[in-house]
Write a new protein. Structure first.
Length: 475
């Protein structure tokens, strides 16, 4: 057993779990979803039945029935002296459809398929393998050829950059972990958007951060008043932001929003960490300035990668920061990993030679997926609010009832894997939202929406009266 979750923390993590009857199965499904999302790590001890019943305002027999259901599907085990403990998910999640099942549509990973020309580039680089294998094979800073290519990429965006301001990493997630480990101490406050990219939240919390959420919506963008107040009140050490095609909302910052965050961050002495992994996935966005000071003040750190633009399996990312920060990141890196493999770096450097062509192909691919998804949603579930996304990888859909978690669990058993709205929350909520990526082929997206619509009708019909009353009071 590695950890324990209190009854109060479990209740907070579950959020609006009572989405259907009987209550014990709704509770069991809520805990299953926490396990599937890794919000409950394997070998975590659950609260005792009596404690959970008090926190959730249930009878002890209801909690006992939920735990029994979880044992039957292999999600928990009861150990003498330890109570009920979550189990590692098996290759097949018992009683549920998984990504390995034939015909399953996996929309949990919002990543496009590999760029069609990638195999050819890999073959060309492999042809020069003799020169590559004569070298060490990895390095902490990154090859000069790739750092120069990344610097030119920023120059074309109007952000003058020197290769000495670039450190190459093994993907964007590695970059986020490295930045957090260097800049944060335990208990430091970090301003983050909510909803936001959940794996970044995981990295920040692992570094000991205390998160301060600032809302962002598909309609109104960033809550600038809340942001300015949060900067002034909490003086965060850093702010983690996705200014272009924010994941999951798809929203991009206006010039005014960028300016407000830059000025508020400077007054608070905060470092702005800009996650730009989706920044090049433009479909039809109106022109927008790079913002955040043009040449970037020392308080701005940018993170990028080729995971979304080229292929998720090409683990090459980077950090762009002023020279002193790059040296700090480089000094701390060996504790995380010893560098990025040179073969992958050589492939990445070659890809930058035709980055405009790659971006154009991705734009066409994403446009086809987005348009097919939007049309299918309007046909199958016209009661949902579907935003207009000008780029990125997903739609942040508003449901007409707070049943996101129940919907995800139901449609999962019919062959579609999705992540519920609360997965992207920093401080709870978003049960009325669902992230649906448009990175899959259009025919798969249409089929997924057909299954999603059928699931929604089942879930909606089985929802407790209290949920419907809540909905009608909002309307």
């Amino acid at each position: 057993m590695d950890s324990r979750i209190s009854a109060r923390a479990l209740a907070a993590a579950l959020g609006g779990w009572r989405t259907r009857e009987p209550a014990y199965e709704a509770l069991a499904d809520g805990i299953r979803l926490l396990c599937l999302d890794n919000r409950l790590a394997p070998r975590t001890a659950l609260p005792a039945e009596r404690e959970a019943a008090i926190a959730l305002q249930l009878s002890r027999s209801t909690v006992a029935a939920a735990y029994r259901s979880l044992r039957e599907t292999g999600h928990i085990a009861s150990l003498r002296g330890s109570g009920s403990v979550t189990l590692p998910l098996q290759r097949r999640d018992p009683g549920r459809t998984t990504a390995a099942a034939e015909g399953t549509i996996d929309l949990q990973q919002a990543s496009p398929p590999a760029w069609p020309g990638l195999a050819g580039i890999i073959g060309e680089v492999a042809g020069s393998a003799a020169a590559l294998v004569s070298r060490v094979g990895y390095d902490v800073l990154g090859s000069i050829e790739l750092r120069e290519a990344i610097a030119r990429h920023y120059d074309r965006r109007g952000i003058p950059t020197s290769p000495s301001e670039v450190l190459v990493t093994t993907g964007a997630q590695s970059a986020i972990h490295l930045v957090a480990s260097v800049l944060l101490g335990r208990g430091d406050r970090v301003l983050v958007e909510t909803p936001t990219y959940p794996h970044a939240v995981d990295a920040l919390r692992r570094a000991g951060a205390r998160l301060v959420g600032v809302p962002v919506t598909t309609d109104d963008g960033w809550d600038l008043d809340r942001a300015e107040q949060a900067f002034a009140r909490t003086l965060p050490v850093l702010a983690y932001l996705m200014p272009d095609f924010q994941n999951p909302t798809g929203r991009s910052m206006t010039a005014e929003e960028r300016d407000v965050f830059l000025r508020a961050g400077e007054r608070a002495g905060s470092v702005l960490v800009l996650d730009e992994t989706t920044a090049d996935l433009d479909i039809d966005r109106p022109p927008v300035a790079a913002g955040f000071g043009g040449g970037d003040p020392a308080t701005v750190v940018r993170i990028g990668s080729l995971g979304k633009t080229v292929w998720g399996g090409l683990r090459v990312g980077w950090i762009r920061a002023e020279g002193d920060l790059v040296r700090r990141f480089m000094a701390a890196r060996p504790a995380h990993d010893l560098g990025t493999p040179e073969f992958e770096q050589a492939v990445a450097a070659a890809l930058f030679e035709d980055f405009a062509g790659i971006a154009a192909q991705r734009s066409a691919l994403l446009r086809a997926g987005r348009d097919a998804l939007v049309d299918a949603l309007h046909r199958e579930v016209p009661e949902w609010r579907v935003p207009r996304a000008h780029g990125g990888v997903s739609l942040w859909i508003e449901l007409d009832a707070a049943l996101s978690s129940a919907l995800v669990m139901d449609v999962r058993s019919h062959g579609v894997l999705l992540s519920a709205g609360p997965r992207f929350s920093v401080d709870g909520g978003h049960d009325r939202h669902l992230r649906v990526p448009f990175t899959a082929p259009p025919d798969e997206l249409v089929r997924a929406v057909s299954l999603l619509g059928a699931s929604w009708r089942r879930v909606r019909a089985g929802a407790p009266v209290s949920i419907i009353d809540q909905l009608e009071s909002v309307v």
